[in-house]
Write a protein that binds this ligand. Sequence first.
Ligand code: UD1
Ligand code: CA
Length: 456
Amino acid sequence: MKITTIILAAGKGTRMCSDIPKVLHKISNRPLLHHVYDMSNQLENNSIKIVVGHAADQVTDALKHFKADWVEQKQQLGTGHAVQQVSDQIADSDTVLILYGDVPLLKLATVKLLINNVNDRSLALLTVDLANPAGYGRIVRDASGQVIKIVEEKDATAIEKQINEVNTGIMAVQGKQLKKWLGSLNNSNVQGEYYLTDIIEMAVGDQVQIITSQPETEDEVLGVNNRIQLSHLERVYQREQAYSLMEQGVTLKDPMRFDQRGTIENLGQDIEIDINVILEGKNSIGNNVKIGANTSIKNSAIGDNVEILANCVIENAVIGQGSRIGPFARLRPESVLANNVHIGNFVEIKKSSIASGSKINHLSYIGDTTMGSNVNIGAGTITCNYDGVNKFRTVIEDGAFIGSDSQLVAPVTIGKNATIGAGSTITKDSPADQLTLSRAKQTSLAGWQRPVKMEK
Ligand code: UD1
Ligand code: CA
């Protein structure tokens, strides 16, 4: 069976009050339309058609990597009109699945059920019972419970408006029949639109049975029309991810205060995550890792037994086993830490590799540096990697000890087991095993007196 999925995404989204087209607004850092695409992309033997209209160029540009055909609906004359734009790309034997680009959390299992309910004698319709059905098309059934039509809110009688079962807009139908019914749509209704929903009555007229199913939860079929609904679905999505992590052996101190905007490639066990942690992009997290509160981690690999204390910002970094980071540390891109490295408070690392057992515990900037093992960097050490035009590297060999408040002016090499005296500005290579220091000689003036306040 071949599937053609049509994703409707031509609408304007006026209530977003935005220059960004609605379907490009994001949940978990991914456009709404991207969620719908990813889900439908998991169906086998499926070709995806996306109907765009409002800000079509912006939408296709942003998502041009999709394996999908973009179909333009120049004027938005209704959902039926939108599907008509794809009509000539549908084969008679196709099962056509219709999705909305602004309904991001629909599940694959729900869609598969719809697809399995379609044949040349049946159409599958996804409905949901809502406590407040206002605004939706209502599902009208006959005395025997068979669906006979959908009536839009604006066209509904007072009695029809009391129906709680509504149309989600999502359906699956055989290609040949869909094309036939699309050809007979008209716009004689209150809104003057071509309603896709009118095909239900036509199907019933052709003795095609309407098979309804419902999603597991209402959230699956909720659309986004404004930013309040967007934030609601963001929280639903985040809660699902949080619960899934807990099911895989992660402790979350508060699943409602956790955000994962991306994927975890390798997930260890007995990971403990405190509140307000944000994981972005592609991360991997080893066993027994502890992540403190208010920390954000992006595109990074964290080894076993690593402890990240509160308030750290970590991006494109590798942290070896048993290392301890923070609190208040920043690991910028291309920071590669081997095992058992300690990075303490108010330390910034950039484009540097740090071998095992080295410690940078307080108030330092280490950039463009190759650091050996068991190095100790004193408080307030700065690698001066930039002369205002070019960047240079600092090399600090194994076992070196850098006294507090030193500046290492790159390019410079600090030899193996070298010691740098506190407060030094090092501009030349410092030999191995020696003490190097550069500071004015300390003097004391014996007869010196403090100034006294002058008489006015
Ligand atoms: C539609 C259904 C209604 C259902 C509701 C569920 C019809 C006539 N009505 O109503 O029964 O309860 O969805 O949310 O189908 N779109 C286009 N081109 C258009 C018009 C719409 O691509 O010309 C797209 C929109 O971008 C959106 C989707 O179709 O993704 C639904 O459009 P919307 O205007 O929200 O439909 P409703 O009138 O709310
Ligand atoms: Ca809508």
